[in-house]
Design a protein around this ligand. Structure first.
Ligand code: OGA
Ligand code: NI
Length: 360
């Protein structure tokens, strides 16, 4: 017989969907954050804004027309001031978006045993189902289950993706291809907005075509005591850009001018954010900003984050164009392998990884 403490631990390894399905009424202490880390969404504190925020809006269709230079300016300001923006008229069919949300919620609706087939502690596995951020390391768990899908090369990883629901692979593969295409065009625009247009930068741009793509489907079930925990703790994203699809339920907050601000969901749009690699590439001009997710007692929330960067073993460093006497190189080169090493060796708290790449 296993001791009770062990049985309790196992219960948490099964994730929060499992807890919520079993009608948990009180938040288990495993999820209770220290007072200073709690979301305080309903309180008036100096570090939490009362109002929600409309992120800078980028009309992607306008980017392809005569207004390109004006849109590039807005893009640059958004990346400098917020590290986040929202994209409309992005050209991804609404049907692809709806189907992705729909098939994801059907995946999380499968019996626990079916989902658990994809559990793995191997960080490099093409498919990984799990809970919290790192369920073997986190001392306090966050209120989130996830399905991570490596998307490159698509034809190789696809047979490893969940075979249930039956349409999962087809829908998720289409969605991955569509977001990849949007990412490539966004990245072209971002490089242009940085004035990074040398032959060397062109080479970098080409490398993105075979770059890394990781999709993370996040599931945040209703939480009995949402004020005591978070769906995701403050973090920045490691890649170049993240394209985030959120459903209609609020949850995402970004840090802006020292306050936590809620990002209003905007139907059929993407929230795009600067990742650590882009902050490094831009030599600090564009900001990889801390964000977090709060949960609520009533509505399940689902989001799909698509993280893009260079191929896994490719180095990312500041673009030579952005280094001069006034702006010395501010970051060491880095690659994905270094990041994996870093997260496996210590808890990825806040912006630690990026800090570890800073010079001086
Ligand atoms: C992420 C993330 C935010 C959200 O997956 O990295 O920040 O709203 N998600 O789910
Ligand atoms: Ni994130």
């Amino acid at each position: 017989m296993s001791p009770p403490a062990m049985a309790e631990t196992d219960e948490f390894q099964k994730g929060v969907k499992h807890l919520s399905e079993n009608g948990v009424r009180k938040l288990p202490s495993k999820y209770v954050l220290p007072v200073s880390d709690r979301p305080n969404v309903h309180e008036e504190l100096p570090n939490v804004a009362k109002s929600s925020l409309k992120l800078p809006l980028i009309d992607f269709a306008q980017l392809q027309g005569p207004n390109r230079s004006r849109v590039l300016q807005s893009l640059a300001s958004a990346c400098e001031d917020y590290g986040f923006f929202q994209v409309v008229n992005h050209g991804i069919p609404i049907e692809a978006i709806r189907s992705m949300i729909d098939v994801s919620s059907r995946f999380f609706g499968l019996p626990y045993e079916e989902r658990a087939k994809y559990m793995s502690s191997d960080m490099t596995s093409p498919v990984r189902y799990g809970t919290s951020l790192n369920q073997t390391k986190d001392s306090v768990f966050c209120w989130r289950d996830f399905l991570k899908l490596v998307c490159n090369p698509l034809s190789e990883v696809l047979p490893r993706w969940p075979s249930s629901p039956v349409d999962f692979r087809e829908v998720a593969a289409t969605y991955a291809e569509e977001t990849k295409r949007l990412f490539l065009r966004m990245t072209e625009a971002i490089m242009e907005s940085l004035g990074a247009t040398t032959p060397e930068d062109d080479e970098t741009l080409k490398k993105f075509k075979d770059g890394s793509q990781l999709m993370v489907v996040n599931c945040f079930p209703p939480c009995p005591e949402p004020d005591l925990t978070l769906g995701m703790p403050p973090h920045s994203d490691y890649g170049f850009l993240t394209l985030l699809l959120q459903d209609q339920v609020q949850g995402l907050q970004i840090q802006h001018k020292g306050k936590w601000i809620t990002v209003e969901p905007l139907p059929n749009s993407f929230v795009v954010n600067v990742g650590d690699h882009l902050e490094i590439f831009s030599n600090g001009r564009y900001k990889s900003v801390l964000h977090r997710v709060f949960v609520n007692p009533a509505k399940p929330r689902l989001s799909v984050a698509s993280l893009h960067s260079l191929p896994f073993n490719c180095k990312v460093g500041p673009s030579p164009k952005l280094i001069d006497e006034q702006n010395p190189r501010r970051y060491k080169d880095t690659d994905f392998a270094t990041f994996l090493e870093y997260v496996s060796s210590c808890e990825p708290k806040k912006k630690n990884f990026l800090e570890s790449r800073k010079l001086g």
